[in-house]
Design a binder for this molecule. Structure first.
Ligand code: CO8
Length: 257
């Protein structure tokens, strides 16, 4: 499929998706949403791909949902179309997705980064939920996911004042997993994704499922879920291979079975 607002490429076992609407600082409109979902589904269905990286430009990961597209929308149209419900499909991706964020990740941009499995930030990254300055509130999960990442006090601060958080504060608060120099961002994210893609895909996918379950259930249910998944992994050839390789002091050769 030919895309107009994103660039996709396979780098070994990693699917790299670059948001590419530079004239609008990668603002997220309906087209970029449709293309991003198609690309993620495409890499999801590609047996040669084990993980994905989503990145933007040096200046902006994404400066939010496209304000100019949203500006004139009426309540009834937003409701009838279930405006932006497509992002739910994005979050159903089963392979890991790393957000590699440089520059602005604002509003929907911050929310997209949080929909990924973890965020690696350049030292230039700036995160924010400035919707309040536009007379609205976050609408792609910001009030819920940001609160789970950074806690109530900081999430309230961000959503009520609309201020931005720099990369150091984002790392300190648990929003991002690591901060790297801007020039190394994409390579570092690709390296992390390649490491993941070299592991056994079923165990990687189950690890993702297990961690995500922590956001949706009680500790007791989550622990039961984890144990069931853990038990099931003993049905894999890759479990036998991984543990044999450890005992034989060699590198494992996983075949995703
Ligand atoms: N939407 C549309 N266009 C944008 C956006 C955006 N979010 N952000 C930037 N642009 C455009 C600008 O309009 C400008 O275009 P033009 O050259 O045609 O005027 C171009 O990108 C460059 O932007 P600036 O000239 O403003 O660049 P600066 O370097 O001066 O400023 C900023 C950069 C600070 C990032 C500034 O562009 C800005 O404040 N952008 C808006 C940030 C914002 O408010 N984001 C939140 C949007 S609302 C949202 O995300 C809600 C999500 C939930 C939707 C859920 C629906 C169910």
């Amino acid at each position: 499929m030919a895309y107009e607002t994103i660039i996709t490429e396979a780098r070994g076992k990693v699917g790299l998706i670059t948001l590419n609407r530079p004239q609008a600082l990668n603002a997220l409109n309906s087209q970029i949403l449709a293309e991003l979902v198609a690309a993620v589904n495409g890499f999801g269905a590609d047996a040669g791909i084990g993980a994905m990286v989503i990145t933007g430009s040096e200046k902006a990961f994404a400066a939010g949902a496209d304000i100019k597209e949203m500006q004139a929308i009426s309540y009834v149209d937003a409701y009838l179309q279930d405006f932006f419900v497509g992002w739910e499909e994005f979050t159903r991706a089963r392979k890991p997705i790393i957000a590699a964020v440089a520059g602005y990740a604002l509003g929907g941009g911050c929310e997209l980064a949080m929909m990924c499995d973890f965020i690696i930030a350049a030292d230039t990254a700036k995160f924010g939920q400035p919707e309040i300055t536009l007379g609205v509130i976050p609408g792609m999960g910001g009030s819920q996911r940001l609160t789970r990442f950074v806690g109530k006090s900081k999430a309230m601060d961000m959503c009520l004042t609309g201020r931005m958080m720099d990369a150091a504060e984002a790392e300190r608060s648990g929003l991002v997993s690591r901060v790297v120099p801007a020039g190394d961002l994409v390579e570092e994210a690709l390296k992390a994704a390649a490491r993941i893609a070299d592991f056994s895909l079923p165990s990687v996918m189950m690890a993702k499922e297990a961690v995500n379950r922590a956001f949706e259930t009680t500790l007791a249910e989550g622990l039961r879920f984890e144990r069931r998944l853990f038990h099931s992994l003993f049905a894999l050839e890759d479990q036998k291979e991984g543990m044999a390789a450890f005992a034989e002091k060699r590198k494992p050769n996983f075949n995703n079975r």
